[in-house]
Design a protein. Structure first.
Length: 500
């Protein structure tokens, strides 16, 4: 029987190490002029340089260097006055050169930090995640394992290779060992990756689309007995590609480690693969033996030596930190901490802000994105931003509610239709014949029918039992197929029964 998470944290202290890979949003690759657009036909965005053909010489992408410096500054790193590229030698079929051009002993950014806040049982709690290094490298190609059930090489009949991604500028952000999180380790990891993603998005250096691999996380986990100073053996879950999966993968690995340790078995230092369907990890390859990548300085590239003037220029262009922006929004909208945390966790804060900028009342905008739309997103197991409804759509719906042309119930129909792809707000209203019944004569006729059908309820209302009116109002709403204004129905009903 699997251990419960509460049993794990009662005995063990987790340590984390997070390595986040970010594809930079440059127009061309790291060392050549090939296009970087996602989704192109396989092997159509390649050249002799990114394929590593003999005689082809690389040239560093200057914009990628500027982007990396901006990332380092945003993460409070020191920017090295001198850094260089190295060849990391290892063989994989998706490495057309048989080495990866990366940075080794002289990275461009070092010793930074990122502060995060999570909600705990004791209220909001701050954590500082220290950054070991930020270095530049190039991405690999993509292997497609065909014929198997899992999409992985084990059990596949054959593999295909797409080198479009090979050579795309990649930045790796590596934390120092993260201790002191206790039972909140999974939440801390998720919050760190989320905050980092917000920082990168704000800088405009990457589209940070985890589902497309623009941002992916390698999560290292180890356990040690509470009170022990010696770190446990770590495992590394590779290429986790959603915020929820970061949290789930770490929680799963903590339980797996604890089960092994409780059974006096050894935790093997290895890479692991996370499976979305089961929430579990499976073994990848052993890393118990130190890998010798035979690093040596890249002979075809000159060292990187950014001037103080360039660093200062980039520093002057840095946007407001996401945490500061969130605080300002919270104060402007007068939102409680828990509701702000809910918007962040549901990943709808940007959508709410965009809706408010289009003229919607902040309370109504939050209500729709956190309520009906978030519910549908959860049912479909997708992010709210991936649904076929925009901030402009929600702002238009809110405006129609304010004008009295839609009730909340009718608006829900419009929202569902938008998400189902039935057209624009106007097209949906026209096609479905959605119209608020608001003229007094139509409403009074429906009220009279409701009273005639339930005279005993009407008598209770006449006698001062106002809550009993709910049944009559419900009957009127049903009569009007949900198109009546419930507030107006209530006013007319109570006035008619002598309670208005």
């Amino acid at each position: 029987m699997a251990l419960k998470y509460e049993e794990v944290i009662a005995k063990y202290e987790p340590s984390l190490g997070l390595e986040v890979h970010v594809e930079l949003g440059t127009a061309s690759k790291m060392f050549c002029g090939c296009n970087t657009v996602f989704g192109a036909a396989a092997n159509t965005q390649t050249c002799p340089v990114c394929l590593g053909l003999p005689g082809a010489l690389p040239v560093v992408n200057g914009k990628a260097i500027e982007y990396t410096i901006a990332i380092g500054l945003a993460l409070n790193c020191s920017i090295a006055p001198y850094s260089r590229f190295a060849r990391k030698n290892y063989f994989y079929p998706d490495m057309p050169k048989n080495f990866q051009t990366s940075q080794y002993d002289e990275p461009i950014c070092t010793n930074g930090y990122l502060d995060i806040t999570i909600e705990t049982d004791e209220g909001s709690k701050d954590f500082r995640i220290e950054i070991e290094r930020v270095h530049m490298e190039e991405d690999t190609g993509k292997s497609l394992h065909m014929g198997g059930a899992t999409g992985r090489i084990h059990g596949a009949d054959y593999s295909l290779l797409d080198y479009n991604r090979a050579g795309i500028p990649l930045v790796e952000i590596v934390t120092k060992v993260v201790n002191g999180c206790g039972k909140y380790a999974p939440e801390v990891a998720k919050a760190y990756v989320s905050e980092l993603r917000d920082v990168l998005r704000g800088l405009g250096v990457s589209d940070v689309k985890m589902e497309q691999g623009s941002l992916r996380c390698d999560a290292n986990v180890s356990l040690r007995i509470i009170g022990s100073e010696k770190l446990g053996t770590r495992s590394e879950t590779k290429n986790v590609n959603s915020l929820k999966s970061v949290e789930r993968a770490i929680r799963s690995e903590m339980i797996r480690h604890a089960e092994l340790l409780n059974s006096n078995q050894r935790v093997i230092q290895e890479t692991r693969h996370f499976h979305e369907d089961t929430g579990l990890t499976t073994s990848g390859r052993s890393k118990e033996q130190a890998e010798d990548y035979r690093y040596f300085p890249e002979p075809d590239l000159v060292p990187i030596a950014p001037s103080k003037e360039l660093i200062a220029k980039i520093a002057a262009t840095l946007p407001e930190k996401p945490s500061v922006r969130r605080k300002k929004l919270q104060e402007a909208w007068q939102v409680p901490d828990k509701e702000m945390a809910a918007m962040i966790n549901a990943e709808v804060l940007d959508l709410v802000e965009a809706t408010v900028k289009l003229g919607a009342d902040p309370t109504r905008a939050r209500s729709w994105w956190l309520g009906e739309i978030a519910r549908i997103a959860n049912e479909k197991a997708v992010a709210a931003a991936d649904l076929a409804i925009s901030a402009a759509d929600v702002a238009e719906v809110v405006a129609l509610i304010v004008k009295g042309e839609l009730t909340d119930k009718l608006a829900r129909q419009v929202v569902e239709a938008l998400i189902n792809g039935e057209g624009s707000v106007g097209q949906i209203i026209e096609a479905r014949g959605i119209k608020v019944v608001s003229d007094d004569s139509s409403l009074m006729a429906a009220i009279e029918r409701a009273i005639a059908a339930a005279p005993d309820v009407a008598e209770k209302v006449r006698g001062g039992n106002i809550p009993a009116s709910g049944a009559l109002i419900g009957a009127v709403m049903k009569d009007s197929k949900g198109q009546a204004d419930a507030a107006k129905v209530r006013d007319l009903l109570l006035k008619h029964l002598g309670q208005g």
